[in-house]
Design a binder for this molecule. Structure first.
Ligand code: AMP
Length: 213
């Protein structure tokens, strides 16, 4: 099963993709995670991506298209994958179409997780993630028992550098201007569905499972 999860920053794409990946035993391909790893490693891609990521802008299409093209050829993608945070521009969607056609692959579902912008700012600025196991936390809705420590594995919680209010507002604007048009690219494909991301995390997960079967 090949899936695309869309939605503004903070809508819950990453959290849901992680759970769906586990349930269906397919990898979650998050361009954001891959780029953050590249920045941390100081690779050439990381050096090229760093400034755009810090400001909340988009990394250039050629970088992310290259990353995804390489990643879907890996062995663990043979049984399917979830694209989380890609495509984010119409040019990326066009390139993905070509990448998939070359490999005789198709997308089964494109799912847009919708949310309200003001709620997203509050959600994003309060979140943190375990640097060891990836479990997500929020200082209002899901605070860890001990500040800064993961309840599940004891790992240290980290806050993303781009999860501050000014950058978040820029990311939302970038989403509205550059990523929302990608929806039109898929809307007539028959595989496009929307899920209300303002529901509880459990209910969003149930809605996704209903769609995926
Ligand atoms: P995310 O973790 O999906 O919120 O992505 C974090 C940041 O990585 C974004 O704000 C962008 O700077 C960059 N990024 C992630 N995916 C893409 C993409 N498909 N195209 C361009 N930039 C991206």
């Amino acid at each position: 099963m090949n899936l695309i999860f869309m939605g503004p920053p903070g809508a819950g794409k990453g959290t849901q993709a992680r759970q769906i990946a586990e349930k269906y035993s397919i990898p979650q391909l998050s361009t954001g995670d891959m780029l953050r790893a590249a920045v941390k490693a100081g690779s050439e891609v990381g050096l090229r991506a760093k400034a755009a990521m810090e400001s909340g802008g988009l990394v250039t299409d050629d970088i992310v298209i290259g990353i995804i093209g390489d990643r879907i050829d890996e062995e663990d993608c043979k049984g399917g994958f979830i694209l989380d945070g890609f495509p984010r521009t119409v040019a990326q969607a066009e390139a993905l179409k070509g990448l998939l056609a070359d490999r005789s692959m198709t997308i089964d579902h494109v799912i847009d997780i919708t949310a309200d912008n003001e709620a997203l700012v509050a959600r994003i600025t309060g979140r943190s993630t375990c640097s060891k196991c990836g479990e997500g936390y929020h200082n209002q809705h899901k605070a860890p028992a001990t500040a800064g420590i993961c309840d599940k594995c004891g790992g240290a919680l980290a806050t993303r550098a781009d999860d501050n209010e000014a950058t978040v507002r820029n990311r939302l604007e970038v989403y509205d201007t550059q990523t929302a048009p990608v929806m039109d690219f898929y809307k007539n494909s028959g595989s496009f569905k929307s899920v209300d991301g303002m529901q509880s995390m459990d209910d969003v997960f149930k809605s996704l499972c209903n769609i995926l079967g």
